[in-house]
Design a binder for this molecule. Structure first.
Ligand SMILES: Nc1ncnc2c1ncn2[C@@H]1O[C@H](COP(=O)(O)OP(=O)(O)O)[C@@H](O)[C@H]1O
Ligand SMILES: [Mg+2]
Length: 510
């Protein structure tokens, strides 16, 4: 048997699948693409996470595009974190040329240009569905982590949430949270002290400062209503999985905002999606392009939390895919549990580069057909070393792969095309109406105004001795407040109460 025949047999043996799979490309041996020696990834193990790595310009984003497209064609929706604004082209068909024609022929796939169902989304000022979440939904544990609070300050946040729950004060945005914190050390000082103990104003001041810091990164745009329901990520259109492109170009310099968003998204998915057994295909795949841009700036605590959820989320049928320049950008604890690895070329300019190459090579299975570290530096654009998990969970043979071309447009959308897409979106209609309903801020303001007025009146008959218990005035005000807000507190918040518990214990266990 020739080496080529041996390679083809080896590849095919290692990829014997009973269920459906996606075709990524064809194997390359000694620099030559081999006709129809297809490299495939079984849908069944696509919830086992993955990595797409390589130097700039080697084809990472196009590989991501190809995988998202092929998933969509199989009815699997995905969410794409688009940090460089490269991915909007998914909505429009690609263009056939000789280069793509030849490429498709050798891989053995038909090239049918096609736009996929794309939903553009944003957590900032970019056009698209506005993704939001309320402070209440975050719960005290996540809020404390995002603000990087110490144990004492976390205690204050816990008191604030408890007080608001008991008194039915909805915490929707950061304005609400700040107002209640102010209340806790001013007008409400006595009530709080009696019910929860003394709250230090130094702690409150620190928390305030941290909230303002978060606001400076644009978090006001993210906290509030209407909060996004993650079920809207898992839609299909004409049998094709929806691709939600979250446009994050202007968030790069705001690591806190991004990690806040990531954490909220992952927790929400984790809490909302049901446990999924051994399904034949993932429920959702989440891709983070240029993941190093955000992870290099996030705090250690947050990273750990994100990592912990990433580990757990696959049992919900959700695969998370990191695109970065070198695998070392991703924490070892995550790296060790990735199913799919797509390694594009690395460059060996500096000693540091060479070290990274050695380390990267160690992450790949040995192969009788390739010298891994040599292949790593010599691969062409749109080629990658690929290993996946077969249906039994065993790594597939390492294959130097010629990756297929995206069927959608490789270039980005024109601004008029973006407008057209956004204007036609049902989700934009659902989420983009600005809401600022009565929440903790307004309710506390109202309460204070009333207390002031009633105190003025009360001055006439002479001051009553203030008892230690809650005064009737306070009692009735609280009652009234709860009447006002009772209805809207139902539903999500009650659910939150429960899930907050889960997340709380989840953090403590770590
Ligand atoms: N699978 C592919 N098929 C066709 N062309 C590709 C493919 N991958 C990369 N290319 C070409 O290489 C260029 C750079 O790829 P890109 O994915 O943007 O790199 P990266 O994300 O690693 O910086 C693309 O604009 C495209 O012209
Ligand atoms: Mg890229």
């Amino acid at each position: 048997m020739s080496k080529k025949e041996a390679f083809i047999t080896h590849l095919a043996e290692g990829q014997k699948y009973k269920k459906d799979s996606i075709i990524l490309g064809t194997g390359i041996l000694e620099g030559q693409p081999i006709n129809r020696a297809q490299v495939r990834v079984p849908l069944k193990t696509m919830n086992r996470h993955g990595l797409i790595a390589g130097a700039t310009g080697t084809g990472k984003t196009k590989t991501l595009q190809v995988i998202a497209e092929q998933l969509a064609l199989k009815g699997v929706p995905s969410v794409l974190m688009d940090l460089k604004g490269d991915l909007s082209g998914l909505a429009k068909p690609g263009e056939l040329n000789d280069f793509i024609k030849n490429r498709s022929e050798v891989i053995g796939v038909e090239y049918v240009p096609m736009g996929l169902p794309v939903e553009l989304m944003s957590i900032s000022e970019e056009k698209g569905v506005k993704l939001k979440a309320t402070v209440s939904e975050f719960g005290p544990v996540l809020i404390s982590q995002i603000l990087e609070l110490n144990a004492t300050q976390q205690g204050v946040i816990a008191v604030v949430f408890r007080y608001c729950d008991l008194n039915h004060l909805p915490l929707l945005d950061l304005k609400d949270l700040k107002r209640v914190l102010q209340f806790v050390t001013n007008e409400g000082k006595e009530v709080i002290k009696k019910e929860f103990g003394q709250v230090s104003s130094a702690s409150v001041n620190t928390i305030m400062r941290k909230i303002i810091e978060l606001e400076q990164q644009g978090a006001n745009r993210f906290f509030g209503e209407k909060s996004f329901e993650v079920d809207d990520f898992v839609q299909t259109q004409d049998g094709k999985g929806k691709i939600s492109v979250i446009r994050l170009t202007d968030v790069q310099s705001k690591p806190k905002l991004f990690s806040t968003f990531m954490l909220s998204l992952l927790s929400e998915i984790y809490e909302t999606f049901p446990e999924q057994g051994d399904d034949d295909q993932p429920k959702l795949c989440l891709f983070i392009d240029e993941a190093h841009l955000v992870f290099s700036n996030a705090s250690k605590d947050l990273l750990e939390k994100i990592e912990a959820i990433v580990k757990l989320i696959r049992s919900k049928g959700v695969g998370v895919y990191f695109c970065t320049q070198t695998p070392t950008d991703v924490h070892d604890s995550i790296l060790g549990q990735l199913g799919l690895k797509v390694q594009h070329a690395l460059r060996a300019f500096t000693a540091k580069d060479r070290k990274a190459i050695t380390k990267t090579a160690e992450n790949y299975p040995e192969s009788e057909f390739y010298e891994v570290s040599e292949t790593l530096t010599s691969m062409g654009i749109g080629e990658a070393l690929v290993t996946a998990l077969n249906e039994k969970g065993i790594p597939t043979p390492l294959a130097h792969t010629l990756v297929r071309a995206p069927i959608s447009r490789m270039d980005i959308l024109e601004s008029s095309e973006i407008d057209e897409l956004v204007n036609g979106s049902q989700l934009v209609a659902k989420y983009n109406e600005d809401m600022d309903r009565e929440s903790a801020f307004e309710l506390l303001e109202e309460k204070m105004n009333r207390v002031e007025k009633e105190q003025e009146k009360a001055v006439l008959p002479g001051p009553k001795p203030r008892t230690a218990s809650r005064t009737p005035k306070e009692e009735s005000l609280l009652e009234e407040l709860s009447k006002n807000t009772m209805v809207r507190q139902l539903g999500r918040t009650i659910f939150r109460e429960l899930t907050r518990g889960i997340l709380g214990s989840f953090t403590r266990r770590r």
